[in-house]
Design a protein around this ligand. Structure first.
Ligand SMILES: [Fe+2]
Ligand SMILES: [Fe+2]
Length: 301
């Protein structure tokens, strides 16, 4: 019988296309996910960007803005999820969970470093990470700011103040691992990687972004495991569902280019909104099936 890791990318059940296997799957636990992390080291500063610098010089001027816009949400997002992770590290239950969670915080810092390096060396937007973040923050939309600067920050603060509070931990992991990483980041990463791979350009970016996605699948595998355990308590399952119902309408607007109608049709680097939303929805529903919590009724924002 195949192991979960053979069936999935990084233990993330959303990558199982045979949905009949979802019902009785045994998830990777924090100890296994920690050991998997040890087997997958990589360095943001060692990726070769020389071809990317040449490709960017040849890139059509009319499309450069769209690419930088698309990547800015990721750059700011990686910074946010690095700094806003400390509360969860403090809320560990046992040594294996503590070990895994510290690896995740290091991963997020590495992802931020990758973007900082890329913006400086390829896009020539430099002058230190603080100045870069100030520049790219001008690109993100209102939904992004609401999710990352309000909901995520508040969820982290609740955990810092009350590390033993299971409701606060469920709120945080639902916000961070299910919505931000599982629904938004992995969806954006899939389409942006596909865009560059299809054109056969920016190989350093594709290499780095694939390694980031590999880390993200491992992170989401942890979140799925945690929520499955927590949601054996029906009160916590309802809590998770309520948090999803609150955040999904906001999340639905985050990948939408500034100025476009989030509930109309839009495109992300040429991929239409129906395709992007379908990918995000399928991934989220597969994880929820495994956790055993139904998709909430979501009212439009
Ligand atoms: Fe990340
Ligand atoms: Fe992550």
């Amino acid at each position: 019988m195949a192991t979960l890791l053979e069936l999935t990318s990084q233990g993330d059940v959303a990558t199982i296309s045979d949905e009949s296997k979802l019902a009785n799957i045994e998830l990777q636990r924090p100890q296994q996910l920690y050991e998997l992390w040890e087997r997958q080291p990589w360095s943001a500063h060692a990726i070769d960007l020389s071809q990317d610098i040449e490709d960017w010089k040849q890139f059509p001027e009319s499309e450069k803005g769209d690419v930088i816009w698309g990547l800015s949400s990721f750059f700011v997002g990686e910074e946010r999820v690095t700094t806003q992770f400390s509360g969860l590290v403090m809320a560990y239950d046992d040594q294996s969970e503590e070990a895994f969670l510290t690896t995740q915080q290091v991963d997020e810092a590495r992802h931020t470093q990758f973007f900082a390096r890329y913006y400086e060396e390829v896009f020539s937007i430099g002058d230190g990470i603080e100045a870069q973040l100030e520049r790219v923050r001008a690109d993100v939309n209102e939904g992004f700011l609401s999710l990352f600067d309000e909901h995520l920050v508040n969820a982290c603060k609740q955990l810092v103040d009350h590390p033993d509070d299971m409701e606060a931990k469920v709120d945080f992991v639902t916000t961070y691992h299910m919505v931000i990483e599982g629904t938004l980041a992995l969806t954006g990463q899939f389409f942006i990687t596909d865009f560059f791979e299809n054109r056969g350009i920016m190989p350093g970016f594709v290499d780095g972004f694939k390694k980031i996605s590999q880390d993200e699948h491992r992170h989401v595998a942890y979140g799925t495991w945690f929520l499955k355990e927590a949601c054996k308590d029906p009160a916590l399952a309802s809590r998770m569902q309520a948090k999803l119902a609150e955040l999904l309408p906001i999340a639905a607007t985050v990948l939408v280019p500034k100025g476009a109608d989030p509930f109309g049709e839009w495109t992300l680097l040429g991929y239409d909104s129906a395709k992007v939303n379908e990918f995000a929805f399928t991934a989220l529903s597969r994880r929820l099936r495994v956790i055993g919590v139904g998709l909430p009724e979501v009212a439009p924002a």
